[in-house]
Design a protein around this ligand. Structure first.
Ligand code: SAM
Ligand code: SF4
Length: 326
């Protein structure tokens, strides 16, 4: 399994399948977003070559993301390929859920294990305002389809101050009373163009916890406070599922980081919040053999930065979140 220079084992790859999205969430991308030309993105054939190579290197978990990964035609085949690799134990998808109604079953049949659906409000009007044109009903239908298909369901929400940081947080957490779902609140992070938005809208975990405790009573800390992936988990009194907080800004979890990201245009991005990248597309298109690719990936992973330096005002500027994949 690849190790970095800090002796962290890196075995989790997040693959962005496209930078294109069918929504424009206000905290993620501008309304008039310019997307890359298709030729700039890794082709299906290039991904079909890289995924087994990462498995051979010691990667055990894969997540497909984007942009919106369900917009990529080859998604189900990509999941099937990954599921067929004996080394890969978990395959996840992060999606806005709009197309999940149709896709949940084929994805589950292809071997998808978990789906993380992003949903920032249960109020149709506010949902539309945040996503700029999304229809909440489609996402709710997608969630039902995911559950019916037997997928493990997690919800992702990004609370933003003054927009969806009170009633929405309470209502989203309510799902966990009756469903065995994990509802995770992700702290707003600064990227490129949205850095100004982040400054005024970030909401701290402590505020959200206090709001939930005022509504539901004392939250029970799960797993002794150990992180589940990047989330600290709690249970509402009498709840079935769990509520998680992912707080990379106020409580960084860099010490336990086990992941790298492959951007849709073929860069291995070593830390979500740092601009260090290694260009795999150039090697692929330049005719590199597997040994050369593997050596390059191992070397890049060894140089993975320790973590972000947001506290020193070092903000990633080269890409938006939607281009990296979250
Ligand atoms: N389109 C898919 C979706 O929305 O789930 C996948 C890509 S999206 C970039 C992945 C996750 O990143 C979503 O849960 C989204 O809410 C989150 N996200 C986007 N911009 C963010 C930011 N600036 N800070 C924190 N989370 C962000
Ligand atoms: Fe699209 Fe996801 Fe970004 Fe929203 S968060 S604009 S759905 S990529």
């Amino acid at each position: 399994m690849p190790l970095d220079n800090f002796q962290r084992q890196i075995d989790y790859l997040r693959i962005s399948l496209t930078d294109v999205c069918n929504l424009r969430c206000v905290y993620c991308m501008p309304e008039k977003m310019a997307f890359r030309r298709p030729a700039e993105l890794l082709s299906d054939a290039e991904l079909f070559r890289l995924i087994p190579l990462f498995a051979r290197l010691g990667f055990r978990k894969i997540r497909f993301t984007g942009g919106e990964p369900t917009l990529r035609d080859g998604l189900v085949d990509m999941v099937r390929l990954a599921a067929g690799l004996p080394e890969i134990g978990q395959i996840g998808l992060t999606t806005n859920g709009l197309l999940l109604d149709q896709l949940a079953r084929p994805l589950a049949e292809a071997g998808l294990t978990t789906v993380n659906v992003s949903i920032d409000s249960l109020d149709p009007k506010r949902f539309r305002e945040i996503t700029r044109w999304g229809n909440l009903r489609d996402v709710l239908a997608g969630l039902e389809a995911a559950e019916a298909a037997g997928l493990r369901v997690k919800l992702n929400a990004v609370p933003t101050r003054g927009i969806n940081d009170s009633e929405d947080v309470i209502e989203l957490a309510r799902f966990t009373l009756t469903r065995d779902w994990q509802v995770r609140f992700i702290e707003l992070m600064p990227f490129g163009n949205n850095a100004g938005f982040q400054t005024g809208h970030i909401v701290r975990e402590s505020e959200l916890r206090a709001r939930l405790e005022a509504e539901y009573g004392k939250l029970e800390l799960l797993h002794g406070g150990r992180l589940d992936g990047e989330a600290r988990l709690y249970r509402l009194p009498g709840g079935r599922g769990s509520v998680g907080f992912i707080s990379p800004v106020s409580s960084p979890f860099c010490a336990g980081c086990n992941r790298v990201r492959l951007t849709a245009d073929g860069r291995l991005r070593l830390c979500l919040l740092r601009d260090d990248e290694c260009d795999l597309r150039e090697l692929l298109r330049g005719g590199a053999d597997d040994d050369r690719l593997e050596a390059r990936i191992r070397a890049a992973i060894r140089g993975k930065p320790w973590g972000h330096e947001l506290d020193k005002a070092r903000i990633p500027v080269s890409r938006e979140m939607s281009e990296i994949g979250g």
